[in-house]
Structures are given as structure tokens and as C-alpha cells.
Design a protein around this ligand. Structure first.
Ligand SMILES: Cc1ncc(COP(=O)(O)O)c(C=O)c1O
Length: 466
């Protein structure tokens, strides 16, 4: 399955001698395909995390089954702001569990589904992040991918999803929005139909928003609810997210799951038993991120002249959540909760402006990188999926090589580590000449352009020879 393909690729890329040779030849490895956001996190978040390390005792970051209280409170707040007031009673801290990256959430969710609900089959809509294939292997869950038969898309249409779900009746449906590696999105209406279909056929829905950049200029992604419902109704929905891509904070390994309390309880215990409860260092940055997301959303909707009022009202609402749900920062209810530190550390209007600027820069770099890739390699691109959201694109190139030959020669001759179709599919056959390649644009422009130049040179030379 796919994780084996990832291991095969990584074994090649991380072989020390080969890597050294590539570094000597090309001055370093160019990340054109990594899938993680390599750009700088908003300055305001990094500053806060730095201050937290210096000025606080970090006791609230101590490993706990649900993760740091304050982050759970901030996630509830942000979800309520995103979904509207009717979600207020439906999602609370009991529905939220912090995990070691979204990877930890997927591991916990699949374990719950296998051990408690007896799930044995999963259907992935489109291609996907490969890690859970290894969890499925270890839990005895057989998973298959479903990709569209239509040209130019990998995400199946609603009709294609209905056909497959109704014939196969998988226990679990897995959907990432935007999809990894192709950046595709269902519209709100299509997503509603898929959610209703999963309910109709009794499937669990593992819904993963990790590949989103959560860019303020993009608006919120559609939420996975049936038509008419704006609340968190489905007991079989497991909603997963993390800060790895949206906020360039992959190294914090902070992910979370939103689900029914029974699922969340299981995952908390599972975390605790395995001793990999999240540590959540830098929790002030994650809390501030949630508050600032909400503020920017509110600013986008407010009338001219109301900006200052909107900022202070939104921050005040956030403060209520933090003070109610995370009033102390230690188990003994003595040390002050994290809100006072955060509120004292930030000038909120300045923080919003700087955060908005930094996120806009990330969006601009991703767009410019893609522009460069698609124009410089235009003669070699045979198919590209139109990106709807996120920063991972999917292309096919006229490489005239098998998938594995391409991976090897791109690394050795161009200094690029590419992740290709088998890493995201449900098979490990890298002998085919027709395969998708992930192009990941959240990389500093210098490194990206160096990789594009090298790749173009390899492909040009090859086509000149043939
Ligand atoms: C769809 C999807 N889910 C989850 C993850 C894992 O995220 P994290 O880095 O938070 O573990 C990734 C990372 O590539 C992903 O693409």
C-alpha cells in the first residue's frame, strides 16, 4: 500500500551517501513536492511562542490526554465563530481532542473505528495522505481509493461516489478538503450530498482539512454537515485538522480531532496509554492563531468604520471562552490561565495587521511559484488539475520514464525529491509511465526556482535526445 511507497522513496532520498552527493552536485535538495508548508509562520505567532518559552512556566503544555486546555477552548471558540451560534450547544471542549499532528488524530480515529465499531473497510475519495494506509494495515482495515474517471480531476463526482458507496458499502469514507495532492474541493452543496450519502449508508466519515492554507482571502471551506444543519449532528463524523500546513507550524506536531465525546474519550485514553499525548509547546501561538482567524473573518464582514469595534468584540468573546474553559494553567488551580498572558502580550489591531500581511505573503508565494512552474515547464506538462484550494498541485509530465525512474533521476540529476502517485494511491506499482506528481508550492521562491530550473534542464535534455 501507499506507505510502503513513501518508505521506498524516503529510503532513496535519505540515504546519507546519496544525499551528500546530491547536495554537492546541486548545492542542496530542492523541495518541490514536500507537502508540508515550508514558508515562515506569521511573525506574531512565532514571537508569542518565544515569549511563552521565556516568560511562562510551560506547565499548561505538560502532556495531558486532551492536550493543552487553552487550545481546546480556542478551537471551540473558532469553530463557533465559523459555524455560527447554532453550533454553540453542539460543540464544546468534550468534542475536542488534541493529538500529535493530524497523524495522531488519524491513528486514534482508525483505531477507534476498528476496535470499537468493528470497521474493516475504508474508501478514500481521491488520492490521499499515505500515513493512514499503515494504520489500516496494522488494524486489518482494507482500504481502496476512488478516483474520478473524468479527465482533469481525481476527486470523484457525487455520482461516482454514490455508485461506489452504494455498491461497496464501506464502513469508513475518508475525504480531505482540499484534497492532497490535488487541491480539489467539493462545493458546499456537493459536500452536503456526500455527507448525507455517508449517513444514508451508515458509513463513518473521516473528514480531514489539513491541506488547507486557511487563507483569509479564501473564505471558509464548506463544513461537513447535511443540508439545513449548521450544527455538529452526525455521531459518525470525525473531523481532523492541524497546524502543519495552514500555519507553517509542522514541527509543533499539533493536530486535533472534533468528534462525538465517545470517540474523543477513546482517543484521549489511547493517547495517554501510548505515552504520546501532545505536548503543545507554543500553545499561546496556537490560541492566538484561532483568535486571529476569527477576527479576520469578522473584519471581512464588518461595515467600514467598524473595524476597531469588531476587533475588540471578537477578542472579548475569545477571552470569555479562554477564561471559562482554561482558567488555570496547572492541575492545582493556582497558576493563572493563559489568556491574561496572551491578551497582555498582544496589541490586537497591530497583531491582526501583521498576521494578515504574513498570511497574504504565503498566498502570494504559492501563487507565484505555481505560475513559474506552469510557465517554465509548460512544454512538458501533459495534464494538470485545476487547484481550488491549498498549495499542492497535481501534474503529469512527458517524462518518458517509469514513475520510479523519474523519482530517481529527478533526485540524482536535478536534486529534487518528488512524491508521486504510488505514495498517494492504494498500490505500489511504480513501473507505469502514466502517473501523477505532487507539486508543492509553499516553499521559498529561491529554492523553488532552483528546482524548476534543474527539472526543466533534465526534461529538455531528455526530449532533445528522443
Ligand atoms: C490529508 C492530510 N492529512 C493529514 C496530514 C498529516 O498532518 P500532520 O503533519 O499534522 O500530522 C497530512 C500531511 O501531509 C495530509 O496531507
Amino acid at each position: 500500500m501507499t506507505y510502503r511507497s513513501l518508505e521506498r522513496a524516503n529510503a532513496y532520498f535519505y540515504d546519507p551517501e546519496r544525499r551528500l552527493a546530491v547536495v554537492k552536485r546541486h548545492g542542496g535538495v530542492s523541495y518541490l513536492s514536500s507537502g508540508v508548508n515550508h514558508l515562515k509562520a506569521p511573525e506574531v505567532l512565532l514571537d508569542l511562542a518565544g515569549r511563552e518559552f521565556k516568560e511562562r512556566r510551560l506547565i499548561e503544555n505538560y502532556s495531558a490526554p486532551s492536550g493543552a486546555l487553552g487550545i481546546g477552548a480556542a478551537i471551540s471558540f473558532e469553530l463557533h465563530e465559523r459555524l455560527g451560534r447554532s453550533a454553540f450547544g453542539a460543540i464544546g471542549p468534550a468534542n475536542i481532542c488534541l493529538t500529535v499532528g493530524a497523524t495522531g488524530a488519524l491513528a486514534g480515529a482508525f483505531r477507534y473505528l476498528a476496535e470499537v465499531t468493528g470497521a474493516r473497510t475504508a474508501l478514500v475519495l481521491g488520492l490521499n495522505y499515505s500515513f493512514f494506509s499503515t494504520i489500516c494495515d496494522s488494524l486489518g482495515i482494507r482500504y481502496r481509493i476512488l478516483r474520478s474517471e473524468e479527465r482533469g480531476r481525481l476527486l470523484p463526482s457525487v455520482a461516482e461516489v454514490r455508485h461506489r458507496i452504494s455498491t461497496e458499502r464501506p464502513a469508513i469514507v475518508v475525504l480531505s478538503q482540499p484534497t492532497n495532492p490535488s487541491g480539489e474541493l467539493f462545493t458546499a452543496h456537493e459536500l452536503q450530498q456526500v455527507v448525507e450519502m455517508a449517513e444514508e449508508f451508515g458509513c463513518w466519515l473521516v473528514f480531514d482539512e489539513v491541506p488547507s492554507l486557511a487563507a483569509p482571502d479564501e473564505g471558509d471551506l464548506p463544513a461537513p454537515f447535511p443540508a439545513g444543519a449548521v450544527t455538529f449532528v452526525s455521531p459518525r463524523l470525525i473531523w481532523i485538522n492541524s497546524y502543519s500546513k495552514s500555519r507553517s507550524l509542522a514541527g509543533l506536531r499539533a493536530g486535533y480531532m472534533v468528534a462525538a465525546p465517545t470517540v474523543v474519550d477513546f482517543v484521549r485514553k489511547y493517547n495517554e496509554r501510548l505515552l504520546w499525548s501532545p505536548v503543545n509547546a507554543g500553545s499561546s501561538a496556537l490560541i492566538a492563531d484561532m483568535v486571529l482567524r476569527a477576527v479576520l473573518r469578522a473584519l471581512g464582514k464588518c461595515e467600514a468604520g467598524q473595524e476597531a469595534r469588531t476587533i475588540s468584540r471578537t477578542v472579548k468573546r475569545a477571552g470569555h471562552y479562554l477564561q471559562a474553559f482554561a482558567p488555570y494553567s496547572d492541575d492545582f488551580s493556582r497558576l493563572d490561565g493563559i489568556w491574561r498572558f496572551l491578551d497582555g502580550a498582544l496589541d490586537w489591531p497591530d497583531a491582526c495587521a501583521s498576521y494578515g500581511r504574513d498570511l497574504a505573503r504565503v498566498g502570494e508565494i504559492c501563487r507565484a511559484n505555481w505560475q513559474m512552474f506552469s510557465s517554465d515547464l509548460a512544454p512538458h506538462i501533459t495534464e494538470a488539475i485545476h487547484l481550488k484550494s491549498g498549495f499542492n498541485h497535481c501534474v503529469k509530465l512527458d517524462a518518458a520514464m517509469s514513475e520510479w525512474e523519474f523519482v530517481v533521476s529527478a533526485y540524482d540529476q536535478a536534486g529534487i525529491d518528488f512524491y508521486t502517485e504510488t505514495v498517494f494511491a492504494d498500490h505500489d506499482d511504480a513501473d507505469t509511465h502514466d502517473f501523477w506528481i505532487r507539486i508543492s508550492c509553499a516553499v521559498e521562491p529561491d529554492m523553488f526556482s532552483c528546482g524548476v530550473r534543474n527539472l526543466a534542464a533534465v526534461l529538455d535534455a531528455r526530449s532533445a535526445r528522443h
